[in-house]
Design a protein around this ligand. Structure first.
Ligand code: M6R
Length: 367
């Protein structure tokens, strides 16, 4: 059942290339655009004219939504609002006809996410569910469904379903851009091509990077605190990396927009605090590098996630986790993988049960 792996989580980390490939396969078959298939009552005309999108989700699914927000706003120029479902449902949100509300839930059974979706639907919004489970409640409570095709996930820590969700958000963003004409046809085709190459990059990284990541984990697994920093699309990756580490290793983590550091979290740093910085190539990379320098001055120990080809980053970070070069907006799908592995190895070195961490349930069916 674990297919030769020591845990379900490790098996599922290694299934991520397939999860992405399956999720995008037929939807990108055309090559020059994206087909989302049957979206129930959500038709192309609605998507083309949609004025606003609101994403509701919990935990890791919320982080997938955050990445989707950058892609949808960046490529399709539709404004996207985000909220964790447990907040959204109780804040009497301004929502109604013409809004597209997207509920993201691996299980499709998370009580708060379902409640947020229902509230939006009662107020006249159109609701789209993104889920990994056919027949789940979310599929019944929505006007349309987009499935991730990650296969059954057993480990409590979401891994392959997360990359599936992020892939779906990219597909949706590209489809919206196509319908709205906000990307040139060549650019659209280029991005579809890059998306299709991601599974290959994930496989390569899993084959090549694991030992190095384990060595980094060995140096830091006794730390009491890890800080994660990122900007723009690197921020949700930092948030997800931090969540993964705290849930399976029980180490305190904080994740911050790197630009917020001086507004508080920098006070937490002392000698050797591990600081994980998401520093993949992007228009804000030089800003991230300045933040890394500030962290170093305080004696902290920087572990950077950077794009292959960025040799300079080694001058700034003690340890570098390398991911393949791709379009910068797509980098989160690669950058999250070494952070999952880092958490995994840290937790295993601490002798913990990563598949069933204490106090956590795979599906949270009560609020
Ligand atoms: O099934 P869902 O995607 O709705 O679950 C949401 C969260 O409970 C879930 O992502 C949780 O944060 C995971 N344990 C993260 O690894």
């Amino acid at each position: 059942e674990k297919g030769g792996y020591e845990t379900f989580m490790l098996k599922e980390i290694h299934e991520q290339a397939d999860a992405v490939a399956e999720t995008i396969a037929d939807r990108t078959a055309r090559g020059d655009g994206v087909d989302l298939g049957d979206l129930g009552t959500i038709d192309d005309a609605f998507l083309r004219d949609v004025r606003r999108i609101i994403v509701v989700a919990c935990g890791t699914s919320y982080h997938a939504g955050l990445i989707g927000r950058y892609a949808i706003e960046g490529w399709a120029r539709v404004p996207v609002e985000m909220d964790v479902a447990s907040e959204y449902r109780y804040r009497n949100p301004v929502v109604g006809p013409g809004d597209l509300v997207i509920g993201i839930s691996q299980s499709g059974e998370t009580a708060d996410t379902l409640a947020a979706m229902r509230l939006a639907r009662e107020r006249g919004a159109t609701v789209l569910a993104i889920t990994n489970v056919m027949g789940s409640q979310a599929t019944r409570d929505a006007d349309g469904v987009l499935f991730t095709r990650a296969g059954l996930e057993i480990g409590v820590a979401a891994t392959k379903t997360f990359v599936g969700q992020v892939a779906v958000m990219y597909l949706l963003a590209l489809r919206l851009a196509e319908l709205r004409g906000t990307l040139a046809p060549e650019r659209l085709a280029e991005l579809v091509g890059e998306l299709k190459r991601l599974p290959h990059h994930i496989t390569e990284m899993l084959d090549a990077g694991d030992e190095e990541i384990r060595a980094i984990a060995e140096r830091h697994y006794k730390a009491e605190f890890f800080l994660y920093l990122g900007r723009h699309i690197g921020l949700p990756v930092a948030l997800e990396g931090a969540l993964k580490l705290k849930e399976i290793s029980y180490i305190a983590t904080d994740a911050y927009a790197a630009g917020e550091m001086k507004h508080g979290p920098i006070a937490l740093l002392d000698d050797d605090t591990p600081v994980v910085c998401v520093a993949t190539d992007s228009p804000v990379l030089d800003k991230v590098v300045s933040n890394i320098q500030e962290v170093r001055v305080r004696g902290a120990h920087v572990i950077a996630v950077a794009s292959a080809g960025n040799e300079e980053i080694r001058e700034h970070a003690e340890e570098v986790l390398t991911v393949a070069e791709t379009d910068w907006m797509l980098a989160p799908l690669l950058a999250v993988v070494p952070l999952q592995l880092l958490s995994y190895h840290v937790a295993r070195l601490r002798g913990l049960n990563v598949d069933q961490p204490r106090n956590l349930a795979k599906t949270v069916t009560v609020e």
